[in-house]
Write a protein that binds this ligand. Structure first.
Ligand SMILES: NC(=O)c1ccc[n+]([C@@H]2O[C@H](COP(=O)([O-])OP(=O)(O)OC[C@H]3O[C@@H](n4cnc5c(N)ncnc54)[C@H](O)[C@@H]3O)[C@@H](O)[C@H]2O)c1
Length: 356
């Protein structure tokens, strides 16, 4: 992508406080505002700006048009000792997902495993914050969701499946970092095209086709067309897998029925699927952790291809970004800050605080 113009640094604490103030002024209860803000700011910290606080204007537009209930509280129903279902009641996806993973973790602490299906939810942003929630509790996890149509199935030409991310994780050992895989089944996440549009940047031509089926480097044209699946039929199959586990199984929308986070006409009806797994089911925790150390060392110390300086473990680039941005602040472009401050004006809350 072409380089962004000059950036403005925002401290993560200021980004968090700003998002909480916008959400509370929009009727979101304090606890849920904090959960949404944490998920969004964590994405910006991890360098996943496509799913950070710049999502707020589109979420608020959905509240204003009455298709997302800011006051909704997710509820949980136990199905078996290791299975539960959360109903998001068309509130923010973040609190529904948080409750879902918290419930899965609680069941896994007692029974070794916990599985939760979430229905009637909305977009929950970057999946990795939910994987991190499990890691913070010492758990391995699977984090699946479905999403609005953007990707053709292999051989098709129109949008049917979502670019629904597949995510999973495991705690690391003394000398390794946690394993966090979080990837869309498309060549790139659709949010990266929205980000390029916000920033006035071009995109690589292998990410999407325009409405005429031509490779697109203009993000506006790409958004009118289709996303390209990664690995051809394999990416398409992963997108279908996310719909089976998150949509078909939960009772939420599926098969192209989910409404996207930029659409202000209908409730999202997104479904999610979470699993928490205790890592010491088959050996001591100490053994598990030292085996993760071995795996990490073998991966990052693997022989490098020509032109490669360093090999990273999944999630490592994002973890390095988080460390840097926690101390130096998060970079935004002026157009992004302007769009956020416009929301502050509408809701009569203070503008975002700029670092330094
Ligand atoms: N909620 C939704 O509906 C939705 C939809 C689509 C995407 N998303 C989010 O968009 C985000 C971006 O998705 P993406 O597919 O573009 O991610 P990506 O391609 O940037 O990264 C995918 C995975 O590959 C790993 N990775 C990347 N470069 C690496 C390298 N050089 N070495 C080793 N590992 C590396 C990352 O750690 C990550 O786990 C994700 O956080 C996802 O949850 C959310």
């Amino acid at each position: 992508m072409t380089a962004a113009s000059n950036t403005i640094q925002i401290r993560h604490q200021d980004a968090h406080a700003f998002v909480v103030s916008l959400l509370q002024a929009s009727g979101v209860p304090q606890k849920n505002s904090e959960i949404v803000a944490r998920g969004l700011v964590q994405a910006d910290l991890r360098g996943v700006e496509s799913h950070g606080i710049n999502r707020i204007p589109s979420y608020l537009a959905r509240i204003r048009s009455g298709v997302l209930d800011p006051k909704a509280e997710p509820t949980v129903t136990k199905v078996t000792p290791v299975v539960a279902q959360v109903d998001g009641h068309n509130g923010f996806g973040f609190p529904a997902a948080h409750l879902g993973m918290a419930t899965a973790i609680e069941m896994a602490q007692t029974f070794g495993i916990g599985m939760v299906s979430v229905k009637h939810s909305n977009h929950f942003g970057m999946s990795a914050w939910i994987v991190q929630q499990a890691i913070d509790a010492g758990m391995m996890s699977l984090v699946f969701t479905n999403s609005s149509p953007a990707l053709p199935v292999w051989g098709g030409k129109s949008q049917l499946m979502g670019v629904s991310p597949i995510a999973c994780g495991a705690p690391g050992g003394e000398n390794s970092i946690p394993f966090i895989l979080d990837m869309a089944p498309s060549v790139a996440a659709r949010g990266k095209i929205h980000k390029a549009l916000r920033r006035g940047e071009k995109i690589p031509k292998d990410w999407a086709l325009d409405s005429e089926g031509r490779p697109a480097d203009d993000p506006a044209e790409a958004l009118k067309g289709v996303m390209l699946p990664m690995g051809g039929p394999k990416g398409s199959a992963l997108a279908i897998m996310m719909d089976v586990f998150s949509g078909v199984l939960s009772g939420s929308a599926f098969a192209g029925g989910v409404t996207g986070p930029y659409d202000t006409t209908k409730p999202g009806d997104v479904g999610h699927f979470f699993m928490a797994i205790k890592p010491d089911l088959f050996m001591s925790l100490e053994d598990f952790r030292s085996r993760m150390d071995v795996l990490y060392q073998k991966v990052v110390e693997s022989d490098k291809m020509d032109g490669v300086d360093r090999i990273y473990f999944p999630g490592e680039i994002e973890q390095l970004s988080e460390k840097k941005r926690r101390s130096e602040g998060i970079p935004f472009v002026e157009a992004e800050i302007d769009a956020l401050n416009k929301e502050a004006d509408k809701l009569k809350v203070a503008k975002i605080r700029v670092h330094g």
